[in-house]
Design a protein around this ligand. Structure first.
Ligand code: SF4
Ligand code: SF4
Length: 150
């Protein structure tokens, strides 16, 4: 994968949009859509299985399906295309454009206190940025591309 293709998947703060639950066409959205397809009319069965299999876990199916539908209908195009739907306070997206860098680690002010992130996200972003600075964008992406984000 080229540097520019990787950029469509990694946000300027270096979070992995491709593995985000909100990313349209991401693994979570696609696999949820496929599971939804495989489950078909399971609603009817789930209701019957509560008594038939004497297992109350099936009574949770409607809630599970709401979540599955939500995942499968995710439509975020990723941080470089639109504002992040998760981190409303993020300042990195606009800032990296002003600084004319692809990722924070390429900025002369990195690490800065201008991200708008909470303590956890800030630490995560800074740690990953330092790692990318050390090993490079492509090597980093190849290490994490199949890993879950959460
Ligand atoms: S921009 Fe935010 S909401 Fe959208 S895919 Fe990336 S991390 Fe998820
Ligand atoms: S000033 Fe901070 S938030 Fe903005 S690009 Fe540089 S390191 Fe990232």
């Amino acid at each position: 994968m080229t540097y520019n293709q990787i950029k469509t998947r990694l946000a300027p703060c270096v979070l992995h949009c491709e593995k985000c639950f909100a990313f349209a066409n991401g693994d979570i959205a696609n696999q949820s859509g496929y599971l939804k397809y495989l489950l078909g009319n399971f609603d009817n069965y789930a209701e019957r299985f509560v008594d038939l299999l004497d297992n109350a876990v099936f009574s949770n199916y409607p809630q599970f399906k709401v979540m599955l539908n939500s995942f499968s209908e995710s439509e975020c195009k990723g941080c470089r295309e639109e504002s992040c739907k998760l981190f409303k306070s993020c300042k990195v997206r606009k800032c990296h454009e002003k600084k004319n860098v692809d990722y924070c680690f390429q900025c002369f002010e990195f690490p800065c206190s201008n991200t708008g992130f909470d303590e956890n996200l800030y630490k995560r972003s800074v740690d990953i940025n330092f790692k990318m600075k050390e090993i490079g964008v492509k090597v980093y992406y190849n290490q994490i591309k199949y890993l879950p984000r959460y």
